[in-house]
Each structure stands twice: as structure tokens, then as C-alpha cells.
Ligand binder design. Structure first.
Ligand code: NAP
Ligand code: HSE
Length: 434
């Protein structure tokens, strides 16, 4: 059997997962593809560190160059994360014509255009299935499975850590900080976890999916991002009473104009009847609407050692087969429709809204609020003042009809300045998936 040698750079959660999975299923994978895969070197930062995965000492090195420049090694697997050394490693490997497998969405989001151009220039390929949604093969699906579709909309729960936190807050009333510590211990969170909590990791992934679906590069700055820090147990509870679940949702939606898309990540109220509302814990899901296929749903573990390793193995199989059969760029890494696309500014995004105000409980308050909304041509679909919240100020929940984000933000700013308003309004968008 033809043998392909690989080197892994990074022996942490994912690197260890890939090593263990190849130990467990390497023979099976090789039997299926007809090519043997052998790990020849593994680079880590600290050779003395205790590791859950039992790498033989002879494989380990603290110098990534010993992996990349080893002439025996044909495929480089970058699993260190970050955007500096990882970029250097990948560019060096591509320059040597070596295919690279990476799980690094932060890097692809920041420097993907440069890296894919380098892969093309040096006649090799960059594989990145593990960069989005852990074990769900969503990259392959968009690149290959849906190559004959225009993607009208894509909705994704793409960050395992945030979904894990929101789920446990909802189901157990768990404390945010305690659940985050669990997510870190389980190997789900990025370093630092702010990348997850503040929505940036989800934005990296959503940007990659948007670029892939629409064939033009969506830059990180173009993705409107809001994280989950401001989501409280109170809002989760009110949302539930109104028939919704709060999820951090990545969205890529075609809007009216040719090649104009909404690309955003923000906490969203999802109707409980929608399938995405029941995607819980570390699971991710991507709901894709293609113009030929219609609606399709992909579900699986979005983070963690084994799920992510599964996607790396899939890329390794492709890379090994491409090398063996000399089909290096069988499927271009990014589908290009040569479209001069643009991203819709956040102020133009249209949605429905959940707004929680903290108001002084006295006559005339509602009239003041509704006159500001009416002046901005913003309609309310319902108003709820939950009982049992006695005291000087009480929560008031407004559900707002479809309106532009810019108009709602301005109106809430005015409302927040009313003397009867006791805290900054909480605004969470509502998605109807129409
Ligand atoms: P991790 O557990 O922190 O592991 C990082 C590894 O890289 C460690 O083994 C570290 O060595 C090594 N490393 C760091 N700098 C290095 C350098 N300059 N030279 C050689 N080795 C170096 O991170 P991870 O969770 O495995 O994540 C790796 C990548 O996968 C990231 O891009 C992440 O975004 C992505 N990803 C992670 C998950 C997940 O669930 N964790 C899922 C999908 C994608 P030491 O062990 O000696 O410190
Ligand atoms: N930190 C990421 C998450 C890892 O929680 O989804 C998987 O990409």
C-alpha cells in the first residue's frame, strides 16, 4: 500500500485527538482509501508538559521547522492556533508544495485570502474542514455537495462553548462563569475564551462560510458581531415564557441587491418550534437554504477533541488521496463566482426584536415609550409586564415588528434617556427564518 507521511504541529486538545484517532482508526481509514498514513513528527511548545495523549518521545520536537522542512514529511497539520506563527508555518509548508490541514479559523478569517492564493501559486492545497463546526462536514458540503446551488440563507449555531453555556443557563439555571470554566476544562473554549464569549470565534466561522457560499472574501471587520456576555438568566426565562430560546446565531442571508449579503453573529430569539432551538450543549447545527436543494440541516458536536479530530482525518484522507493520485486541486478550496459582493451594514439589517426595559411602575410610562417608537415608524406586536416583579422598577418586555436595526437602536437610545427608565435597555433580535 502507498504510504503518506505526515507531521503534526500542535499536540493539545485537537493535536492529541488526531493522534489518538489515527491510532484507533488509522488502519480502517487506510483500508478505505487505499493509502497508509504515518505520523512521523509532532511539534509542541513544551517538551516537558504532561499530556493526555501518549505521543512517543521520539516523535516530539519543540521546533516546528523540524516538521515543515523534514523532506520525508509530505503533509503538514497545523493545530497550534493563533495568527502569527501558524501563518508562518502554513506559508512555509505551502511554499514547499506540501498540502496543509488546519483547524485554525482565526487564521483563515484574517489571512485566508493570502493563504489560499499561496496554495494555488505553489500548486498545492489547504484543507480546513475542522475550522468550522468541529465534526460537522459543512465545508465539504458547501464546496462539493452544494456546488450546484446558490445559497439563499445559512443559519448556524457555530460556537460550541456559547451554546454549552446558554444551554446550561436555560436548563439548569447555571451560573455563567461556572459553566464557562467547565467548557474550558472540557477543551471546548479558545485561548482566551473571550474569543468565544464575545462572538469572535463564531464570526470567524460565519465569515468563512459566507465567503465559501458567496464566492467573495468577507473580511472579519465586515461581520457584525455581538457576544453573549449581556445575556442574563432573566432574559432566558422571559424568552422561554414567550415561546423562544436564545442562541448565538451566525447568519449569512442574501438580501435584495445582487451579491449583497447580511453576515452577522448575535444572540437571537429562536421560536421553540424551530429545529435550531433544540440544538443543545456543545452541539452545533447549520441550516442551509439552497436554491436547488431547498432546506437542509447539519448537526453534530461543534468542539472537543474527538469531533474535531474526525474532520482533520477527513482532510487527511483527501490530502493523501490527492497526493497519491496527483489531483492536488481537484476541488478549488474556495468556490469563486467572480462576484463583486458586499456586506449589508448592520444599521440596514431588518429583523424583529425583543426589548426588555426596566421602568418605574407608574401611569403614562407606556405612552411615553410608544410615542417614541411610533415617531420612528416602529410597530409593537406585544407588550408584557410580568407579574411578581414588585419594587421601584419593573421589567417591561416589548416585542417589536420587523424594523431596521439603525432605527430601533436610535429609538432605544431616546427611550433610555427617559427619566422613567432605570437601566440600559436590553435588545435581542428575533429570527423568523422566513
Ligand atoms: P491547545 O489545546 O491549546 O493546543 C495547542 C497546541 O499547540 C499545544 O500542544 C501547544 O504546545 C502547541 N503549540 C503552541 N505554539 C506552538 C509552537 N510555536 N510550536 C509548536 N507547538 C506549539 O489548542 P486546541 O484546542 O488543540 O486548538 C488548536 C487549533 O484548533 C486552534 O486553531 C483552534 O481554534 C482549533 N480548533 C479547536 C477546537 C477545540 O474544540 N479545541 C475545535 C475546532 C478547532 P504545548 O502543549 O507544549 O503547550
Ligand atoms: N472554541 C470553539 C467552540 C472550538 O467552542 O466552538 C470549536 O471551533
Amino acid at each position: 500500500m502507498h504510504q503518506v507521511k505526515l507531521g503534526i504541529i500542535g499536540g493539545g486538545t485537537v493535536g492529541g485527538g488526531v493522534f489518538d484517532a489515527l491510532k484507533r482508526n488509522g488502519d480502517l481509514l487506510s483500508a478505505r482509501i487505499g493509502v497508509g498514513l504515518e505520523i512521523v513528527r509532532v511539534a509542541v511548545r513544551d517538551l516537558k508538559k504532561a499530556r493526555a495523549s501518549k505521543f512517543p518521545a521520539k516523535l516530539l520536537t519543540a521546533d516546528w521547522r523540524e516538521v515543515v522542512y523534514n523532506p520525508e514529511i509530505q503533509i503538514i497539520v497545523e493545530l497550534i492556533g493563533g495568527t502569527t506563527t501558524a501563518r508562518e508555518i502554513i506559508l512555509a509548508a505551502l511554499k514547499l508544495g506540501k498540502p496543509v490541514v488546519t483547524a485554525n479559523k482565526a487564521l483563515l478569517s484574517a489571512h485566508g485570502e493570502e493563504l489560499f492564493a499561496a496554495a494555488n501559486k505553489y500548486g498545492t492545497n489547504l484543507y480546513y474542514e475542522a475550522s468550522v463546526c468541529g465534526g460537522i462536514p459543512i465545508i465539504k458540503t458547501l464546496r462539493e455537495g452544494f456546488v450546484g446551488n446558490r445559497i439563499d440563507a445559512l443559519y448556524g449555531i457555530v460556537n460550541g462553548t456559547c451554546n454549552y453555556i446558554l444551554t446550561r443557563m436555560k436548563l439548569e439555571g447555571a451560573d455563567f462563569a461556572a459553566v464557562l470554566a467547565d467548557a474550558q476544562r472540557l477543551g471546548y473554549a479558545e485561548t482566551p475564551p473571550d474569543l468565544d464569549i464575545d462572538g469572535h470565534d463564531a464570526a470567524h466561522k460565519t465569515g468563512i462560510l459566507a465567503s465559501l457560499a458567496h464566492g467573495f472574501w468577507v473580511k472579519p471587520k465586515q461581520v457584525h458581531v455581538e457576544g453573549i456576555r449581556h445575556i442574563t438568566a432573566l432574559d432566558i426565562q422571559f424568552a422561554q415564557q414567550l415561546g423562544y430560546t436564545i442562541k448565538l446565531l451566525g447568519m449569512v442571508k442574501k438580501v435584495g441587491k445582487y451579491c449583497q449579503v447580511q453576515v452577522s453573529v448575535y444572540p437571537t430569539l429562536i421560536p421553540n418550534a424551530h429545529v435550531l432551538a433544540s440544538v443543545n450543549h456543545v452541539f452545533n447545527a447549520v441550516f442551509v437554504r439552497g436554491d436547488v436543494v431547498g432546506d437542509a440541516l447539519f448537526y453534530g458536536r461543534g468542539a472537543g477533541k474527538d469531533a474535531t479530530a474526525s474532520s482533520v482525518l477527513s482532510d487527511l484522507a483527501d490530502a493523501a488521496l490527492d497526493l497519491t493520485n496527483n489531483t492536488k486541486i481537484r476541488v478549488p478550496p474556495f468556490v469563486s463566482h467572480s462576484c463583486d459582493g458586499s456586506v449589508l451594514p448592520v444599521s440596514e439589517i431588518v429583523s424583529r426584536y425583543y426589548v426588555r426595559l426596566n421602568v418605574v411602575d407608574k401611569p403614562g410610562v407606556m405612552a411615553k415609550i410608544s410615542s417614541i417608537l411610533a415617531a420612528a415608524n416602529i410597530g409593537m406586536s406585544s407588550v408584557v409586564q410580568p407579574e411578581g416583579h414588585e419594587g421601584e422598577s419593573v421589567p417591561l418586555i416589548l416585542m417589536i415588528h420587523d424594523a431596521k436595526n439603525g432605527a430601533v437602536t436610535k429609538a432605544l437610545d431616546k427611550i433610555s434617556k427617559l427619566p422613567v427608565i432605570k437601566a440600559k435597555p436590553v435588545m435581542i433580535r428575533v429570527e423568523s427564518f422566513a
